[in-house]
Write a protein that binds this ligand. Structure first.
Ligand code: FES
Length: 243
């Protein structure tokens, strides 16, 4: 004889209550579990000054436009991870390369590589290569880097030197007391290359003259030589000329 399982109305109500409690409590449990999950603390900070070491890498690099040849200080902060590495990508995270650091030191000065990209990123990975933290994309603009130790003639204010660089052409780099200035040698009259005339610049085509700051002093040219922005990084003995 077949056994028939009959459920009383009381049993059915108990079952319904259990099911209702399950539906209500499950999301609550999931929220609590998410909140108590161990969080990855920021491992890298980018202090903007020696006394400001609290800005997180994500905020510090957001919408930033950095200069190749410049440097930024990365604070290597050890937390729960026993070991971790810092990596750089110049193409939005498609490829990564290790940034050699000295983990026992608090601050690592990262020399920004000579690339031109709007998709630069930094990330922290553990020893197994698992990504722990990643920055927002930021820009790096290329520069021409002059190492002053290799150009003794630029040691004094007022000194200048002519450089040749494929992206900038021939240009003058001149040292003033507080800064370096740079300008190209293309005459603003009809485009001949002006020449150094021991303290001023003269165009061989129609005789225009410029002073050693690139300002026109004699026509037919009526505009100054085109200038380039520069950045003097005294602590590194470098001058960056913006490309
Ligand atoms: S091109 Fe230089 S003066 Fe004419």
């Amino acid at each position: 004889m077949e056994e028939i399982l009959d459920i009383t109305p009381q049993q059915k109500e108990t079952e319904n209550r259990r099911y209702f409690l399950y539906l209500v409590l499950l999301p609550v449990y999931q929220i609590i579990a998410a909140c108590t999950k161990p969080k990855i603390e920021p491992l890298v900070t980018l202090p903007t000054s020696p006394t400001n070491t609290d800005s997180d890498i994500f905020d510090a690099l957001k919408n930033k436009s950095l200069l190749a040849g410049d440097f930024i200080n990365l604070e290597w902060r050890k937390t729960k991870e026993t070991s971790s590495n810092l990596e750089f990508s110049n193409n939005g995270g498609n490829n990564w390369q290790l940034i050699p650091t000295l983990p026992e030191q608090n601050i690592h000065a990262w020399d920004i590589p000579q690339v031109s990209t709007k998709e630069a990123m930094l990330r922290v990975v553990d020893n197994a290569g698992k990504q722990l933290a990643v920055s927002a994309a930021f820009s790096i603009n290329p520069t021409f880097v002059v190492m002053l130790e290799s150009h003794a003639t630029l040691a004094k204010a007022g000194a200048y030197k002519i450089f040749t660089e494929p992206r900038l052409g021939d240009f003058v780099l001149k040292r003033d007391s507080e800064a370096f200035i740079a300008f190209n040698l293309i005459c603003t009259h009809l485009g001949c290359t002006v020449r150094d005339n021991s303290g001023f610049l003269k165009c061989p085509c129609h005789g225009s003259e410029y002073d050693i700051n690139g300002a026109v002093t004699r026509g037919p040219a009526d505009a100054n030589l085109k200038s380039y922005n520069t950045k003097w990084i005294e602590e590194k003995g470098r001058v960056l000329v913006y490309v």
